[in-house]
Design a protein around this ligand. Structure first.
Ligand SMILES: C[S@@+](CC[C@H](N)C(=O)[O-])C[C@H]1O[C@@H](n2cnc3c(N)ncnc32)[C@H](O)[C@@H]1O
Ligand SMILES: [Zn+2]
Length: 295
C-alpha cells in the first residue's frame, strides 16, 4: 500500500528480494516504483520514504525514549480504549464482501489503518491487539520512532516519511487514519481514505497536563488549535466527538518522561526541574477524540 513519495506510483519489493524477508529485517531490501525510484528497507525493519528535500527530523532519540517509557506505564490507556471503540464502531459500516471487492484499490485486503505521526507505535500496537480484523501502517518522520515502531507489532508496517506535503500511501487504500497528538494533512488524508473511511484525531484540550504546564516550563496548548482543526477538516463531516478527561497521580519519573517527550520551553532546565519535584503529582489528562469522514 506504500506509494512512491516522488511520483506517487505504487512501491513493490525489488525483484529478487522476497517481501517477507525484506520486512522481517532478515536482510536489507528495497522498495521500488515502476519509474525506478528506490527506497531502502532498514535492517531494523522500516522503509525510509523521506525524500532529499525534507529537512524535518521529527522527535529526537531522547524524546522517543521518554515517550516509550511514559506510554509503557499505561497512563494513557483510556485514550487507547476510546480509539479502539471508535474503530470497532466504524468497521461495521465499511464496505465488505462484493461491495468491497468492486472497489479496485481496496480489493480483498484486510481492514487497514494508517497511524500518521505514529511515534513509537504504542497506539497502533494496542489497537492491533484489541482488533484482530485490522492491519496497520505507521508513518513518522523520526527514524528513532520508526525503529521502535517496527518492532511494536507483527501486523504493523512502518515507514519514515515527512507527511507535510504528501502521505506516501496509495489513493483510497486506507479504511482509517489516526492522528494522535501529531501534525495533520487533511487534503492527503482525504485522498488516502477508501470509501466509507474515517479519520480519528486526538488533540489535547487547554486543561491537558495543566498542573505540569504551570510548574515545568512546558509549552502552552495553542488556543487557536480548535479553530485550526475545524478549518483543516472543512471538507469532512464530524461524525463523533468525545472529550476524555481524568486525574492521575504521576511519579517524579513519569513527570520527567512526560516533560522530556514533548516540546518544552527550556528543555534541559525543564527536565532538571522535574527531578526536584516531590511525587506524586496530581495531574489532569484531557483530550478530545474526533472522528471525521470526507464529505
Ligand atoms: C507528539 S508526537 C506523537 C506520537 C504518537 N502519535 C503518540 O501519541 O505517541 C508527534 C510525532 O509526530 C512526528 N512528526 C512531526 N512532524 C512530522 C512530519 N512532518 N511528518 C511525519 N511525522 C512528523 C514526530 O516525529 C513525533 O513522533
Ligand atoms: Zn517513483
Amino acid at each position: 500500500m506504500f506509494a512512491c513519495p516522488v511520483c506517487g506510483l505504487s512501491l513493490m519489493p525489488r525483484a529478487g528480494s522476497s517481501d517477507s524477508a525484506a520486512w522481517a529485517g532478515a536482510r536489507p531490501g528495497a522498495l521500488v516504483c515502476a519509474a525506478g525510484h528506490s527506497f531502502d528497507v532498514a535492517k531494523q525493519g522500516y522503509v525510509s520514504l523521506v525524500t532529499g528535500d525534507s529537512h524535518i527530523v521529527g522527535d529526537t532519540s531522547d524524546m522517543v525514549q521518554a515517550r516509550a517509557s511514559f506510554l509503557a506505564t499505561g497512563v494513557y490507556e483510556p485514550i487507547v480504549s476510546a480509539l479502539v471503540e471508535m474503530l470497532a464502531s466504524f468497521d461495521g459500516r465499511l464496505p465488505v464482501g462484493e461491495e468491497r471487492a468492486m472497489s479496485e484499490s481496496v480489493g480483498i485486503r484486510p481492514l487497514t489503518f494508517a497511524d500518521l505521526g505514529g511515534g513509537t507505535g504504542y497506539y497502533s500496537a494496542s489497537i492491533l491487539d484489541a482488533l484482530p480484523a485490522w492491519d496497520g501502517v505507521l508513518l513518522d518522520v523520526s527514524k528513532h520512532a520508526a525503529k521502535l515502531a517496527a518492532r511494536a507489532h507483527r501486523r504493523l508496517k512502518v515507514a519514515t516519511a515527512d507527511l507535510r506535503t504528501t502521505i506516501p500511501l496509495i489513493t483510497a487504500s486506507m479504511d482509517a487514519a489516526l492522528v494522535v497528538f501529531a501534525p495533520r494533512n487533511a487534503a492527503e488524508i482525504r485522498r488516502i481514505l477508501a470509501p466509507g473511511g474515517v479519520c480519528v484525531v486526538v488533540t489535547p484540550t487547554e486543561r491537558h497536563l495543566q498542573e505540569l504546564r504551570a510548574t515545568q516550563h512546558m509549552l502552552d496548548i495553542d488556543p487557536d488549535k480548535e479553530d485550526r482543526l475545524t478549518r483543516q477538516f472543512a471538507d469532512f463531516n464530524l461524525m463523533e466527538q468525545r472529550q476524555i478527561e481524568w486525574q492521575t497521580d504521576l511519579t517524579q519519573q513519569q513527570v520527567q518522561w512526560v516533560v522530556g517527550m514533548g516540546p518544552s520551553a527550556f528543555h534541559t532546565e525543564s527536565t532538571d526541574r522535574a527531578s526536584h519535584i516531590q511525587d506524586p503529582v496530581n495531574t489532569t489528562v484531557s483530550v478530545t477524540v474526533r472522528a471525521f469522514q470526507p464529505k
